[in-house]
Design a protein around this ligand. Structure first.
Ligand code: AMP
Ligand code: ZN
Length: 482
């Protein structure tokens, strides 16, 4: 198995860090901050983590996969200032911080299940590990790596380290001092970060704990991942995953505090980082109207497996641009695959032949696994799957190959039936395909949309529905389906 390691900036041969048990893999994945609905960007990241776990298990590694739930401490800015995202979410939804934490944790796992993502071996909440986070900060303080900013918090002094920020190739000499000072007055070095924060006067936080420094305080975000990873997986782990947005700050800080705490290097042997999903070429955001959840996908008649196939068609280290047109193509491809699989499944028993030549089967199998074991090259692996379907292999051979591949791809073919085919048999149309009267109505609706007259736009959408057309608003365009 080869994996790209952000630490060495090279594709390396994977091996377990454990001397006693070379088949043991301890993997920690940064989990979601549960202050709002999980979106399709999250889904891409966790689908690719899932593929990594599945490939390692295929190679007979015993994977212990720990994933956290950030339910406190993640501030709006990476620079230790701004509001806590949980408190912000609580205000937005008019519920307590604890209530929204559970609600969005549930939504996260609901989304994961829909996508066929295996549950982690252990899911752990930051709020249930306050003691171990506090003990870590106290240890760092005892070792002389911290300082206090009055009325703000306990900070890690990164100038005490021989090296900081190796992961991103960070060099303090080349970085303007101000660029990471943020708004925090009293920081000694741009890269210093908060380990523990104190409530500000009048802040009236919901999530609060006593500490030796303040009766009303809470852990910083970075310390939770170090504390939970060390508590559940030991001082050193084999793999740590996260999105590329975490490289420069969150993960650099995890390394600094973990290695200082345990005295062992490296904290993680492999750092695996996922690139981002954009939507219609833009960063996903609610204000742009391009923020989609799994339910938005299902409501529009697409199946989660088609979305998963779309994610697999791009390499996890490349940025992927999501559009409903690409999802439509993936839906068609997925239904073709499922149709073929169901036919093969029906026929495969009649196709038994003891004299079968299995050299072709082995060739395909080798090709497929060579791709997924080569830094998770899922786009190429999926092309092998199509080649199998087109090949002269018997239905019996195809059936077993598809099931073998799907144990890694995770589309869930084994539990699917005809009813999974009917999720979307609508055709996408362009404006010219519509009769003139509807084209006129469509233009009226566009005008209403640009005037922000959403009531009128909705009423016209219903008129379209009455004559059998579905209009799906996307950022910048409208999808017409029949
Ligand atoms: P968060 O809930 O923001 O803490 O994010 C949880 C994980 O999802 C992190 O590893 C992020 O890097 C990742 N993530 C967030 N947004 C996206 C996106 N648009 N595309 C891919 N990964 C993302
Ligand atoms: Zn983390």
């Amino acid at each position: 198995m080869k994996l790209y390691n952000t630490l060495s900036k090279k594709v390396e041969e994977f091996d377990s860090i454990s001397q006693d048990d070379p088949k043991q893999v301890n993997m920690y994945a940064c989990g979601p901050t549960v202050y709002d609905y999980s979106h399709i960007g999250h889904l891409r990241k966790y689908v690719m983590d899932d593929v990594l776990v599945r490939v390692l298990r295929h190679l007979n590694y015993d994977v212990r996969h720990v994933q956290n739930i950030t339910d406190v401490g993640h501030l709006v800015s990476d620079d230790d200032e701004g509001e806590d995202k949980m408190e912000k979410g609580a205000r937005k939804y008019g519920q307590s911080a604890r209530e929204i934490a559970r609600k969005f944790e549930d939504y996260f796992f609901y989304s994961m299940d829909k996508m066929g993502i295996l549950r982690p071996t252990l899911s752990c909440r930051a709020t249930e590990h306050i003691q171990s986070q506090l003990e870590m900060v106290l240890d760092l303080e005892k070792k002389g790596f911290t300082y206090i900013i009055e009325g703000d918090g306990v900070y890690f002094d990164t100038s005490k380290l021989e090296k900081y920020g190796e992961l991103s190739g960070y060099d303090p000499r080349n970085t303007p001092h101000e660029s990471r000072m943020g708004e925090v007055a009293g920081k000694k070095n741009p890269t210093d970060f908060a380990l523990w924060k104190f409530e500000k006067p009048g802040e009236n936080r919901q999530m609060i704990w006593p500490s030796p420094w303040s009766a009303r305080s809470f852990p910083g975000w970075h310390v939770e991942c170090s504390a939970m990873s060390i508590e559940h997986l030991g001082p050193q782990i084999d793999i740590h995953t996260g999105g590329i947005d975490h490289i420069a700050v969150h993960h650099a800080n995890e390394i600094a505090q973990s290695e200082t705490f345990t005295g062992k290097k490296p904290f993680a042997r492999f750092w695996v980082h996922h690139n981002f999903l954009r939507v219609d070429g833009e960063k996903m955001s609610k204000s742009l109207g391009n923020f989609y959840t799994i339910d938005d996908i299902i409501k529009r008649g697409f199946s989660p497996a088609a979305l998963r196939l779309l994610f697999l068609s791009s390499h996890y280290r490349s940025e992927q641009n999501f559009t409903f047109h690409s999802l439509e193509a993936s839906q068609t491809a997925f239904e073709k695959l499922l149709q073929a699989y169901l036919t093969i499944k029906k026929n495969h028993r009649d196709d038994a032949d003891d004299q079968e030549d299995n050299r072709e089967t082995e060739k395909f199998s080798k090709q497929f696994f060579a791709f997924v074991e080569d830094d998770l090259n899922t786009p190429e692996a999926v092309t092998v799957l199509w080649q199998v379907l087109k090949s002269d292999l018997s239905d019996r051979q195809k059936y077993f190959l598809l099931l073998e591949f799907d144990r890694v791809l995770g589309l869930g073919l084994i539990s699917m039936s005809e009813k999974d085919l009917s999720s979307n048999n609508q055709e996408i149309l362009s404006l010219e395909d519509l009769p003139d009267s509807l084209q006129k109505l469509f233009a009226e609706r566009e005008a209403a949309r640009s005037d922000k007259d959403f009531a009128k736009a909705d009423q016209i959408r219903q008129e379209f529905a009455k004559v059998g057309y579905q209009l799906i608003d996307q950022a910048g365009s409208v999808l017409i389906k029949r």
